[in-house]
Design a protein around this ligand. Structure first.
Ligand code: GAR
Length: 196
């Protein structure tokens, strides 16, 4: 099996969808769930599923991203992942860190990339008057929310939508998209997935 490390910052619902997909004939298995916050709810969910967990608090590093990443690398390299999945990991990674995992690190982002890189994607899509929104899984490169797109799922924006309601509907599709892309990716297939 391919070994998959998953990086999270919060509740970890995408992490759970990935972990729960990696059974049976799936070509990968989870080897580590790693967070920048020891209180991230997702760490408990991972531990309940018998997955090794670790955390490295970014705050003591006071913006010294390279120093934070040097600590983050220790448990990550120890786990010897073949694939690294960012799943609601909210720290920007440096080019140096990314280059260590070039071609084997994925991210899920809540927009139809290349639209709305960065934060507050749902509010920005509503504000722009877009008819549709969604989520993307892409290979991570040094540029933020950039890199080859491996899959997207589309969600209609409804009249009167709020960013919270839209985010909840997009999240449902994130939980379908990310496991679908990971399964393919772990078997060497990079053809983009389009949902629904
Ligand atoms: C998800 O919607 C994910 O796409 C987004 O954060 C949420 C995490 O939820 N990620 C980003 O915004 C990355 N910049 P989760 O912890 O329940 O998976």
């Amino acid at each position: 099996h391919k070994r998959v490390a998953i990086l999270i910052s919060g509740g970890g619902s995408n992490m759970v969808s990935l972990v729960d997909s990696m059974t049976g004939d799936h070509p990968a298995r989870p080897c580590l769930v790693l967070s920048n916050d020891a209180n991230a709810g997702g760490l408990t969910k991972a531990a309940e599923r018998g997955i090794p967990t670790a955390s490295v608090d970014h705050r003591p590093f006071k913006g010294d991203r390279a120093a934070f990443e040097a600590e983050l690398l220790k448990p990550l390299e120890e786990a010897q992942p073949d694939i690294v999945c960012l799943a609601g990991f909210m720290r920007v990674l440096t080019g140096g860190f990314v280059s260590r995992f070039q071609g084997r690190m994925l991210n899920i982002h809540p927009s139809l990339l290349p639209k709305y890189k960065g934060l507050n994607t749902h509010a920005r899509a509503i504000e722009a008057g877009d008819a549709e929104h969604g989520c993307s899984v892409h290979e991570v490169t040094a540029a933020l929310d950039d890199g080859p797109i491996l899959g997207q799922a589309r969600v209609d924006i409804e009249p009167g939508d709020t960013s919270e309601a839209l985010a909840a509907r997009v999240l449902v599709w994130e939980h379908k998209l990310y496991p679908t892309v990971l399964r393919r990716y772990a078997s060497g297939d990079r053809t983009p997935v389009l949902l629904p």
